[in-house]
Design a protein around this ligand. Sequence first.
Ligand code: CP
Length: 313
Amino acid sequence: MNLLSAADLSKPEIIEILDLAHEMSDVNEREIKKLPTLRGKTVVNLFFEDSTRTRISFELAAKRLSADVINFVAKGSSVSKGESLKDTAQTLEAMGADAIVLRHGSSGSAHRLAHSGWVKSAVINAGDGSHEHPTQALLDAMTIRESLVGEPIGSDLAGKKILIVGDVSHSRVARSNLILLNELGATVATCGPATLVPRALEPSGGIFHSLDRALDEFAPDAVLMLRIQSERMEASFFPTEREYSRVWGMNSERLSRLSGSAIILHPGPMNRGLEIDADSADNIKSRILDQVQNGVAVRMAVLFRLLASEKGI
Ligand code: CP
């Protein structure tokens, strides 16, 4: 059993994971934030790319379920001596891994690790290049559901309008969200410069190239601002940062045009002043720290489903 793509999950499975994450978030509120569920299991965080939120929340999630955790970071490891993904993963599995949480710069790397026969462990995709980041989409869906749906347990996102803004082309977060939010019945639109919003993704709510127009015509319930991924850009995709911020950035004026209940999200890390200004990031409509908090609960639910539940994923 693996979690490689948001497309691995049916609508009932997504709702079950979100419901379980809701229960797990209660555990995270307790004085003793610990369940014995994964005692004796070992989770390996195998990170070839930098991460703050994903790596630490997987570590915390595994520890809160009483699993042992090994954190592997490529920098400072034998990867610098040329060791491959296959040999690194097999080495860590030989030390007793039951699950491997993989972040890697190459799209398809999690799929390769899971389906090459290299390892027997469950593989969880924690971000592969610009391809997918399924647990980020789950935590985003949880945050939107808990904010916008009165009775979240058992609910989908039918009738909710979600606008994804910015660097869609390079975003694994956008790709996983488009799949998962669509499966949950939401209407999803994308917005950004034509150079950064691929037409091939065909979101149900359409494509906008002006954020002002998207806010007026689409009237979103939630706006997911994406990070400009300069590290994945080999060319210039917009004139200047100033111009990007002026046309596609979230700011106080745009925030004031959202409906009273509408929320804004950002997967982090933020480029404050580029895709989102400080007033918006810290505004009462911002759910950015709820996303971080829900990340722990969602990852507890995913680890539980993969390692302790009959259902699996
Ligand atoms: N959202 C996200 O994946 O953040 P990190 O890169 O810090 O893990």
